[in-house]
Design a protein around this ligand. Sequence first.
Ligand code: NOJ
Ligand code: NOJ
Ligand code: CA
Ligand code: CA
Length: 726
Amino acid sequence: MMNLQLNRRNHSLVQKLTSLLFVLIFAFGVIFNNIPVQAATTSTDAEVTNTASFSTDVIYQIVTDRFFDGNTSNNPTGSIFDKSNLQKYHGGDWAGITQKLNEGYFTGMGVTALWISSPVENITTIDPSNNCASYHGYWAKDFFKTNSYFGSVSDFQTMISTAHALGIKIVIDFAPNHTSTAEYGTMTFPEDGALYKNGTYLGGFKNDSQGLFNHESWTDFSTLENSIYHSMYGLADLNHQNATVDTYMKEAIQKWLDYGVDGIRVDAVKHMSAGWQKNWLSSIYSYKPVFVFGEWFNGGVAADADMTKFANDSGMSLLDFRFANAVRNALGSGTATMKDLYNVVTATGSDYEEVNDQVTFIDNHDMSRFMTLASNNQRAVDNAYVILLTSRGVPTIYYGSEQYATGSTDPNNRGDMPSFNTNSTAYKVIGKLAPLRKTNPALAYGTTTERWINNDVMIYERQFGSNVVVTAVNRNQSSSYSISGLYTNLPQGTYTDVMQGTLGGGNITVTSGGAVNTFTLGAGQSAVWQYTASSSTTPLIGNVDPMMGVAGNTVTITGRGFGNTQGSVSFGTNAAQVVSWTDSTIKVIIPSVSAGKYAIKVTTSTGSASNSYSGFEVLSGKQISVRFKVNNATTNYGTNIYLVGNIFELGNWDASKAIGPLFNNTSTIGVYPTWFFDVSVPAGTAIQYKFIKKDASGNVVWESGSNHTVTTPNTGTAEATANWQN
Ligand code: NOJ
Ligand code: NOJ
Ligand code: CA
Ligand code: CA
């Protein structure tokens, strides 16, 4: 096009030569652009090679020990094994998961990711404080070894390669907060919470000469600080500021990533400092960009400021407890209405910067199964799955709930898989809806709009570009509703229910202006109607994953309409090197720019520009966790101490972006008027900082005197202590 324009008029020789030059540059550009860029790794947003983004995936959560025993020879012997006792091992293993992969149990349901129990070696004795074995995987002993009751390294790798060949990703649970129980009154624990590194003993809880653990008694969960540095029910609480522990966790997770793991569910993120976690996460993203989501347990539907902050600032997604509880209240216990549910969808939609990346569910191993909550009403379970699978967020099915398994509290909610029946209604509902997440991008990336609502019925629309999905659910199993006055962005035409009437849904007809002809939504019925656009010429970014990193890391941009010829990507005004490019997935390298938040934009080869996707966080460089501490900082009630400094991670001297409020109530670390905080900051960097006082209305008092300074080490952790300067 450019050469045509330049050749339109033929004036002087100079102009002709200039035109020729442009033609040549253009021709080179074409040749250059057509060179397949790492064609071998080029993939679409729906493929298993897309480990950074799970937007199009449906996760299936497995308690490995309770799923399927594929190899009885690896079962424990002795008192920790008892199939009639839900607190003991039952024999489930990776060979069993591999067998079910091969039998097609997951693919038949459209599941594209498995989240399995923590695979690391756990204690092999009974925890005397609760007479329980480590079948759940949360009592680690050696994060560098496999739990032999689940299988060997080769069993693990076979499971992964089998899954990958079927287009299924593997997510591991990982619990870096603690080892095993070591603290309960005067009780003696046989393994003392000891930590091993590939067989080598590093230290125990009582025998802790290295300072591997925090020693602050049980948490009372009263404050964030108390939750972080105290132990959770006596689980030996790892001290992540200890350089040995920090390095250990960075190396351990790499080992599992090397085995081919595609994602990580991080246990108990509320119980570890955000600073240490961000530094750990940054090391993970620099090693292999995978999808990471944390468990910040929350029993309600209301916003929790600390949880929201973590979801938006930590660099990882969270399990969406607010959404889960809202669905459970409206469709399970009946303690809230569909309007209440929609209000939570709206509120979370504005609280979470990346709402499509939060991981949704209707039940899990720490709460009652949905079937039990819904008084054994199967249709309630089916309808909850319809909402789960068509709402924003990455949906997770808890093993067995698709077979209507029951059970209220732990361990009754972790029973053996009741059956592998591929004819259960829930299995079929999931099997119809899960594949839609791969084919219609409205589910992965779309907006959510309420279209018709009352206390029993919720009809909502998801939309991305001209892709549209409309979901209608009537939770009331004795009243039908006449749906009139419904409008949609579905194009004119008649639509059949994606579930083919499995839950009673029929057709709808959309007339001019998006008006839907009046229809009846029967008692307890639900339906899903959809329109998938053919290829789009307008580029639209749906997601960017991860949303933080350091220059040189790879970032995955997903969406539609990028075209099949490479165009360009910018971070602010800076071009990013493209690694691979398809119509739905682009991989780029974070450019060397100064740290800060950037908007990402895609421009197609034909010059069409996408929406700008804001908020990408470029960190100052490789991160380490530093404990900043200030002594003698006295304050009036209601005033707190914050930290601010000359780097992006410390707010670039902007008091409104200062870190804090700092903690001041942990006896082994710091108690008022000493304040402290663990922060992820760049390694090998000379940092200037100050502490400030901020009251409830945001009034700021700066420390006087000159700035404090610290030069961070290149690896490990550090502590920077200062005295408050009046
Ligand atoms: C949360 C897990 O989901 C729960 O099951 C476990 O017991 C605790 N964290 C401790 O690891
Ligand atoms: C930023 C400065 O660089 C720092 O040194 C000073 O203490 C504060 N602003 C307050 O003036
Ligand atoms: Ca077994
Ligand atoms: Ca902790």
